[in-house]
Design a protein around this ligand. Structure first.
Ligand code: R5P
Length: 216
């Protein structure tokens, strides 16, 4: 990862008697920036090191992590060229829910329209995604007809240093887990705003869904 020192554009008027104070302020600011960069790097390192199933890091900025056979990834700003590394013609794809997944679905629609992808079947994880995908002309199916998926792509709400995820704040809790569990590979794309020290660390509500289905 490339670390760049932020530009410190300080317009300080130095008076003789204040020179020492200003210089020490500047030194402290530089030190604080350096420590921040250092610790953010250590945190990123933890994300890679502690994973039991080795994740594949596609890119650090935006942060895109691929877990194999583990519940998923998030791809908010995944570029088309990154997307096509994972999605190929003829695949049955799990289409996630949320702002990140919506971006991916849009990109898949674009790639289909331009002919770069063909013969894709999407299994949406929510009605919202189903409507978006249908509007983009993506052929859709359900798990009953396609119980084995090649790849699912989704977002997440939180990622801890062990790469455990909180998902479902977009309301697709059950469907997304069923679709992602049926997928050979799952891609979750998350940016830094989703990284937490421990699950629940964002302080936002923890999604819980109670379903009657199969309760006995
Ligand atoms: O239920 C929704 C899904 O779990 C989403 O992947 C999650 O809420 C993240 O959504 P967003 O990409 O909008 O941050």
């Amino acid at each position: 990862m490339e670390n760049k020192m932020p530009d410190l554009n300080l317009n300080l008027k130095l008076h003789d008697e204040n020179v020492h104070g200003y210089l020490s302020l500047l030194r402290n600011l530089l030190l604080a920036s350096f420590m921040l960069l250092l610790f953010s790097d250590i945190f990123c390192g933890c994300v890679i090191r502690y994973k039991l199933v080795k994740p594949e890091i596609i890119s650090w900025s935006p942060r895109i992590i691929v877990f194999h056979n583990v519940l998923c990834i998030e791809l908010k700003y995944l570029r088309s060229d990154q997307l096509v590394e994972y999605v190929s013609s003829g695949m049955v794809l799990g289409l996630g829910t949320g702002s990140t997944a919506a971006f991916v679905v849009y990109k898949i629609g674009q790639l289909l329209a331009s002919g770069q992808l063909t013969n894709i079947i999407g299994v949406p994880t929510s009605k919202r995604t189903q409507e978006q995908a249908a509007a983009l002309g993506i052929t859709l199916s359900i798990l009953g007809d396609h119980p084995k998926l090649d790849l699912a792509i989704d977002g997440a709400n939180e990622v801890d240093p062990n790469l455990n995820l909180v998902k479902g704040r977009g309301g697709a809790l059950l469907r997304e887990k069923m679709v992602e569990a049926a997928s050979n590979k799952c891609v979750v794309v998350v940016d830094d705003s989703k990284l937490v020290i421990g699950l629940g660390g964002s302080g936002l509500a923890m999604p819980v869904q109670v379903v009657q289905f199969c309760w006995k």
